[in-house]
Design a protein around this ligand. Structure first.
Ligand code: SF4
Ligand SMILES: [Zn+2]
Length: 304
């Protein structure tokens, strides 16, 4: 039920160990985004059962100072994590010397009264904005909130002294590869004044989703890793990216030969911000360029 692993994270200018935990909760209250299959991992559990998962995290924390705690939904949704459970977790964080806590939430659950519980901990809240474009977020993703909802919740977080992480998605369904690159670069420009860090999610095809149905019929291809490199090079803000399922048919991929090396480089770039790591050559790059050039001729552009 609990997924737990160690990874690296940038903190105060250094790279440190971080413990990442995904706890099973009742899951996201929205559940309607076209690419998201996280609901399949959810289960309605009592607070006692959730406490057991939280205890297991702190049995493993040792001297790690950074904790990423995800729920496949919104940590600040009190139907998922009750106020009592939140207080229980925060006490454990303080007792075990956790300095930085990273969680995720939809904007509607971000409220000052909840954030005050986090005093003394450096909190970073990831918000899945996906794109700064309201039309794409609504029509291609079905996200159910607007840019102004994001703006408002980012302002609340900043006012309470906490950090904002903004997730952007490369490439939502119904966009061509070229439109997706353009949307991501424009979105990053627009959100950088609200976000302390931008995290780029490269689409991977999850089970039971609309994206999976399109992909099975040959109507969707996950982004090329070349496109990921392109956007990472173009964004002029602190930006990270973890290419989940990178190199796999359901994930962001190139030709199969250059994929692993590029995935590794993107992970290292996320820790160092060294753009030199993003320079690659492979024969398949010219196919990607051709694909960018021709794809838009075979379809009606999203924006005319
Ligand atoms: S992407 Fe986030 S908001 Fe959308 S259904 Fe999944 S967990 Fe909920
Ligand atoms: Zn290649």
């Amino acid at each position: 039920m609990l997924k737990l692993w160690r990874e690296k994270e940038r903190f105060e200018g250094r790279v440190e160990d971080c413990l990442t935990a995904i706890i099973t909760t009742r899951g996201c209250s929205w559940r309607k985004c076209y690419m998201c299959g996280y609901w399949s991992e959810s289960r309605a559990l009592s607070d006692e059962a959730l406490k057991i998962q939280i205890d297991q995290i702190f049995e493993k924390i040792g001297d790690i100072r950074i904790l990423k705690l995800f729920t496949s939904g919104s940590f600040l949704d009190e139907r998922e994590i009750s106020p009592e459970l939140r207080a229980y977790l925060l006490d454990l964080c303080r007792e075990s010397g956790v300095k930085k806590l990273i969680i995720e939430s939809r904007p509607e659950f971000i409220e000052a009264r909840k954030l005050r519980d986090f005093k003394g901990i450096q909190l970073e809240v990831g918000i899945g904005l996906e794109t700064a474009n309201d039309f794409i977020r609504e029509q291609c993703i079905n996200k159910g909130f607007s840019f102004s909802d994001f703006e408002r919740s980012a302002e609340i977080l900043r006012r309470e002294g906490f950090r904002v992480k903004c997730y952007l998605l490369l490439k939502p369904p119904f966009l061509s590869e070229k439109e997706a690159i353009k949307d991501l670069v424009e979105s990053a420009e627009k959100v950088k004044k609200y976000a302390d860090i931008i995290s780029i999610n490269l689409m991977n095809v999850q089970k039971g989703t609309l994206v999976e149905r399109l992909w099975e019929r040959g109507l969707y291809r996950p982004p090329w890793l070349w496109s990921a490199l392109e956007v990472l090079k173009s964004v002029s803000a602190e930006v990270i990216c973890d290419p989940v399922a990178g190199g796999k048919i359901r994930g962001p991929h190139n030709c199969g030969k250059c994929d692993n090396e590029i995935v590794k480089a993107i992970k290292l770039f996320s820790l160092t911000q060294d753009k030199n790591l993003l320079e690659f050559e492979c024969k398949c790059k010219k196919n990607w360029l051709k694909f960018l050039e021709l794809e838009d001729h075979a379809r009606v552009p999203l924006f005319r």
